[in-house]
Design a protein around this ligand. Structure first.
Ligand code: PLP
Length: 368
């Protein structure tokens, strides 16, 4: 995902300069650029001691989390304990690999790919009782997106985080956050879960976190962070990647993170969210039921019962995405009923105003 836009100068410069020096280098050697990127992620993004493993996509990063949870449980409790189950949430999305689709709580991504990787079950979003019932001694981890992206921009409640953290203590399992869409500044904080939890007065920290998308600003970079106490379980020989953490990918990613920090983009994300919320609320549009999400990960929940949507044969989100595209605004659906906005983190006032203007005109025309 293009966290700084489609061809930002800092990214172009990093690519050209590093491309002329060293593109790839085996992970058998110490790669200085990779270490600097890991340092930024550990010290500034997470702020807790740990280690980072680099890969090339979000699905790969989640594969790492799944392997970590299983290996950790096996090392600590023995293979015969069969502590290998992972609980995820209905409506979640965790990638298109076999591990990713098994973890994903949506039937449509699994269809036609049997036999699936065993050991996954899904519970309804924010249903603490179901979570408590699903977790037992065989559970190795609980994995979720603090804000569901593909599933329709749904926030996990602070209470659900709190219960998940209690179950971690009770059953010695790992708490794994998929921040592939909601992380790296998208919500106005480096870590999406901290934005989500701030209002709830709850503090929960994960044992491992996956990132991709915004981390490379459009360049294929994925990663996962593991808290210090668990990092040894995925030591050399247990996990690896040829291209992950290459000098080129690392320099590009570091350029993205440095620019987010230098330009005050996190503050901008929070400010633009407020501007968007205030403007959209003032429209009182009959097509929009609610505005969900945090920061610049926003979902407009559309009213599918409105006559404009009822008389057409596509999902409301798709209808509006198409209309907006024709009017000059690129958006994405998130499920059938939600139109998603994910602008660059350093989007300007003028760009936001222009987008709001196109959006307002389009939905006014549709509602008429
Ligand atoms: N996890 C989440 C929350 C995602 O939104 C996505 C992609 O949309 C993925 C994982 C998979 O990432 P990738 O497409 O880079 O494999």
């Amino acid at each position: 995902m293009c966290s700084l836009g489609h061809c930002p100068e800092v990214l172009r410069k990093a690519l050209v300069e590093q491309g002329g020096k060293l593109i790839h280098c085996s992970n058998l050697y110490h790669i200085r650029e990779q270490a600097l990127l890991a340092e930024f992620l550990v010290e500034k993004v997470i702020g807790r001691a740990g280690k980072v493993f680099f890969c090339n996509s979000g699905a790969e990063a989640n594969e790492g989390l799944i392997k970590l949870a299983r290996k950790c449980a096996c090392d600590r409790f023995g293979g015969e304990a069969k502590k290998n189950r992972i609980i995820t949430i209905d409506g979640s999305f965790h990638g298109r690999t076999l591990g990713g689709i098994a973890a994903t709580g949506q039937e449509k991504v699994k269809m036609g790919f049997d036999p699936l990787l065993p050991g996954f079950s899904h519970v309804p979003l924010n249903d603490c009782e179901s979570l408590e019932q699903a977790v037992d001694e065989s559970t190795a981890g609980i994995l979720f997106e603090p804000i569901q992206g593909e599933g329709g921009i749904h926030l996990v409640t602070p209470e659900f985080f709190r219960v998940a953290a209690q179950l971690r203590e009770k059953y010695d399992l790992l708490l794994l956050f998929d921040e592939i869409q909601c992380g790296i500044g998208r919500t106005g904080d480096w870590c999406g879960w901290r934005t989500v939890l701030r209002d709830g007065g709850v503090e929960v920290e994960p044992d491992a976190v996956s990132w991709a998308k915004g981390l490379g600003g459009g360049f294929p970079v994925g990663a996962f962070w593991v808290a210090d106490e668990f990092q040894a379980h995925l030591g050399p020989g247990t996990h690896g990647s040829t291209f992950g953490g290459s000098p080129l990918g690392s320099v590009v990613s570091l350029a993205v993170l440095n620019e987010i920090e230098r330009s005050g983009a996190l503050k901008n994300v929070r400010r633009q969210e407020q501007r968007i919320r205030n403007t959209v609320a003032s429209w009182k549009s009959p097509l929009i039921r609610s505005l969900r999400g945090r920061g610049l990960m926003l979902g407009f929940e559309l009213d599918e019962s409105h006559s404009y949507f009822r008389n057409q044969d596509s999902a409301p989100s798709l209808i509006l995405v198409r209309e907006l595209m024709e009017a000059g605004l690129l958006t994405v659906p998130a499920g059938q009923q939600v139109l998603r906005w994910l602008p660059r983190l350093n989007v300007t006032d003028e760009e936001v105003d222009e987008a709001l203007n196109i959006f307002q005109k389009t939905i006014q025309r549709a509602a008429a």
